[in-house]
Every structure is written in structure tokens, then in C-alpha cells.
Design a protein around this ligand. Structure first.
Ligand SMILES: [Zn+2]
Length: 180
């Protein structure tokens, strides 16, 4: 299987930009340190990455470039921000999420990535920012669930709607059966 087209990238960037908070490099490193020293992180990355220190590097891309470090077995986690004029809080979560979501069969900024970013923001930043980011995603049609997950939810929804319709008669039949 090949990696699907990365159709959500610019929408994800725009959603993060709408909630932009500029921070210093020191702050960004502090946040990244906190996340990468957590048990949550250690459970999701390989042993090498779990012990790698974080530093800034002089490039400005994410996705392929960020994740390629993982395969290279690096002993340093690079935050690709130096080329930008400023660093934003959400971009730290974004970059670190790329180091966890490395499956070849999913898009760089697909539903799995977005859901993980939301989880990290809720866990290490704040639940109100997570809720705002979710809203910004929704406004732009950014998907946080895969197509099969959406299909499952829709099927469940249909089942409940159907159940609701027949609940009354089901209950009446049950009571009648009990009475007999
Ligand atoms: Zn990215």
C-alpha cells in the first residue's frame, strides 16, 4: 500500500494558525522536554526516541522530514522551527505528533494524526485549547476519524434510531409475554 494523498495539510495549518500563540524557543524546548520525558511518550515511541534529547534545527518542513528522523534511528529529536520567524505553541505538539504517527499507510496529516495532536494538546496543554482546536478542525472539514470509523458511527446511529422507533412496541410485547 502507498501513503494516501496528504489532503488535510493546509487545513490543519490554518486551524492551528487561528489559535496562534507565539512562544520563545526556550518555552518550546521546555514543552517538548516535558512531553518527551513523560510515560505517555515512552509508551508510544521506540526505545531510542524515548531517550533522545530535543533541539532546534534549521528547516521548516514537517511530515516526511520530521518522521524520517525516526527511521534514521536518531538520538536527537529535531524541532523544525528555526527557519520560521517565530515559534507557536501548537507547532510543538504538531511536530512531536509526527514522531508518533509514522505508519506508511496513512496520510501525514490524516485523521489519525489530527486525533493524536488533539490528545496531546488535551493532555499536556489544556482541554479548552483542545476543544478550540477541535472546533477549528471542524470549521475547515478536517477529519479526525477515518472513513471506516465514520461508517461504524453512522451504523450505530441508525441502529439507535431504529431501536427508538420500536422501543414502545418491544416493551409492550415484553410486558404482555411476562403477563402470560
Ligand atoms: Zn505536519
Amino acid at each position: 500500500m502507498t501513503r494516501p494523498r496528504d489532503s488535510q495539510r493546509s487545513k490543519v495549518y490554518a486551524a492551528e494558525e487561528a489559535l496562534r500563540t507565539d512562544i520563545t524557543e526556550d518555552d518550546a524546548l521546555w514543552i517538548a522536554d516535558k512531553i518527551t520525558h513523560s510515560r505517555w511518550w515512552a509508551k508510544r515511541v521506540n526505545a531510542t526516541l524515548a531517550k533522545s534529547p530535543v533541539m532546534f534545527v534549521d528547516f521548516n518542513t514537517c511530515g516526511a522530514r520530521t518522521a524520517s528522523q525516526v527511521r534514521g534511528g536518531t538520538r536527537t529529536i529535531y524541532l523544525p522551527f528555526k527557519a520560521r520567524s517565530s515559534v507557536t505553541q501548537l507547532s510543538v505538539y504538531h511536530a512531536l505528533a509526527h514522531l508518533i504517527v509514522t505508519d506508511d499507510n496513512i496520510a501525514w496529516h490524516g485523521p489519525e494524526f489530527c486525533r493524536l495532536e488533539l490528545e496531546m494538546v488535551r493532555r499536556f496543554y489544556s482541554s479548552s485549547v483542545e476543544s478550540n482546536l477541535r472546533t477549528e478542525f471542524r470549521k475547515r472539514g478536517v477529519k479526525t476519524r477515518t472513513m471506516s470509523e465514520e461508517a461504524k458511527d453512522a451504523a450505530r446511529e441508525r441502529w439507535y434510531v431504529q431501536k427508538e422507533k420500536t422501543l414502545q412496541s418491544d416493551l409492550e410485547r415484553l410486558l404482555k409475554d411476562l403477563g402470560e
